[in-house]
Design a binder for this molecule. Sequence first.
Ligand code: UD1
Length: 350
Amino acid sequence: MKNILVIGGAGFIGSHTCLALLEKDYKVFVFDSFVNSSSNSLKRVLEISELKNKKTEPFLKIYRGDLLNKKQLENTFKDIYENYEFLDGVIHFGGLKSVAESIYSPIEYWKTNVLGTINLLETMSKYESKHLVFSSSATIYGSSKNSFLKEDSELNPINPYGNTKLTVEKFLGDIFKSARKEWHLASLRYFNPIGAHYSGLIGECPIGKPNNIFPLITNTALGLQKELKVFGNDWPTKDGTPIRDYIHVMDLANIHIRVLEHLISNKPNYLKLNVGTGKGTSVLELIKIFERVNKVRVPYVYAKRRPGDKCSIVADNSLLISKLKISPKSSIEDMCRDGWKWKNLNPNGY
Ligand code: UD1
């Protein structure tokens, strides 16, 4: 059984990845500060994996800690190496992720996302733990005339959140160059993860008012807000609303494991990969599909464009498919159905 440390494992993508790891019999160690997440997500993760009635008991150990506290990080690695021999890999979700908040609190974002990652890499280096999958974001791309973004498309983030993600990618590049025979690294550039595990027991649980489209759609469908504001119907797209590449969070979780397995069984490398479906869906299409699949109404009104938004952001995911031999499986219908099940069963989150 392999040992994997998941930094920020209680969050939205983190909890789904912990579940996917347990389903594949990995031993999972979670390091999380719980500032933006609830430990209940991990209780649910265990519940779901116990329901599977597998031969091996799921193993999940939690360390409460902050990446900015080097002592807590050090103690976590020490405990794992002393009591469980070694770590096969680290998956790093431990960051702040609100674009709007990053504009008001750049210091917090640079500290947590950049300094936190430096602390992590320093500790990994000390323990000779050199396999890492890092959560990056498609937000690091500049505006592209071609709507399909390739890994070598122009990079030009326009907000502090995006700047911290690109900075960490560059930092990992320098780490790799410093010891090319040692590090196995991957930065995954996520497009728009939505949906939830099909059980409806775990899902996205934003603290405070959500900004992203999917939790706003489910809130509106549930009547928690009167209507959804659609930011602009004057974009040069077929229905005038912006196009995004939505990916099911369980597909994303499974891709992390595939990437980690690839890093473990191949020569040292630094991969930068787009993780999206390669299919664009407009805001209006997403609303309509959600309404049809779930037989609910999502009242909406058109509002002005949101500053900083782009017209169309869709992944060219051919590198992921050719190199990793994996592609996202779920449809927008699956994402809408599973995400709504989670919201219905847990209207107030965890
Ligand atoms: C946003 C972030 C991005 C981050 C991603 C995933 C911005 C500018 N970008 O991307 O950095 O990586 O979330 O967390 O914030 N929309 C509405 N009404 C709403 C909310 C959204 O019409 O109330 C539209 C937006 O205009 C956009 C689409 O829905 O076209 C998706 O929005 P959102 O979920 O916020 O994701 P992104 O803007 O793609």
